[in-house]
Design a protein around this ligand. Structure first.
Ligand SMILES: [Ca+2]
Ligand SMILES: [Ca+2]
Length: 193
């Protein structure tokens, strides 16, 4: 009896190691316990790298851009401000027919009002972008961008001048329709909440 348990345990350990090694050898990352994405489709972006990468993707977007952002600071009087660049790029995308949806945090769990997001809200809505201020008390702390249903950005970069230019920040870019779909569903739940 004990021997059979021992054999079963050994088999289980061997199988686990086998699976672990097969993932490692394929160069895959497992996300959400279900979806396996090749590491070649995941790119880490630190500090200012994020801006260049996402700018290119927004400029190339064909069908849709979804942004859920904790902090988005539009500062039109500043002639050098990377947040302005990205926020304006959303308007340009909208003008060429891309479906752009933005959710901005407004009222947080701490009772804090994110008044710093209002200028971006006003600018985007005045220029025809579908933008929502999340007014419930749950804090939407994500920095999530989904482009054309297959490119996802998640990480720490807020769309503020400090987040994009000055701070130490880390994000990743994932190319995966499956991951995009999962985050899109999540995006819709925030939108409806
Ligand atoms: Ca500024
Ligand atoms: Ca909220």
């Amino acid at each position: 009896m004990r021997k059979s348990i021992l054999i079963a345990l050994l088999l289980a350990v061997t199988a686990f190691i086998g699976v672990a090694f097969s993932f490692a050898s394929l160069g895959n990352v497992q996300i959400g316990y279900e979806i396996v994405v090749p590491t070649s489709q995941i790119c880490n972006l630190v500090d200012r790298e994020y801006y260049y990468s996402i700018m290119e993707d927004i400029r190339s977007a064909n069908s849709s851009i979804m942004v859920a952002m904790y902090s988005m600071v539009y500062d039109p009087d500043d002639s050098f401000d990377w947040a302005n660049d990205l926020i304006r790029e959303l308007v340009y995308a909208r003008e060429r027919g891309v479906n752009v949806t933005v959710i901005l945090e407004y009222r947080t769990y701490y009772g804090e009002y994110m008044d710093r997001n209002l200028d971006a809200y006003n600018y985007l809505s005045a220029n025809g972008v579908n933008v929502l201020l999340d007014n419930d008390t749950e804090t939407d702390h994500m920095k999530l961008v989904i482009i054309d249903d297959y490119i996802v950005y998640v990480g720490s970069h807020n769309w503020s001048e400090s987040g994009l230019y000055y701070n130490k920040e880390t994000s990743i870019r994932i190319v995966s329709p499956e991951i995009a779909k999962e985050f899109k569903e999540y995006f819709q739940t925030i939108r409806k909440s």
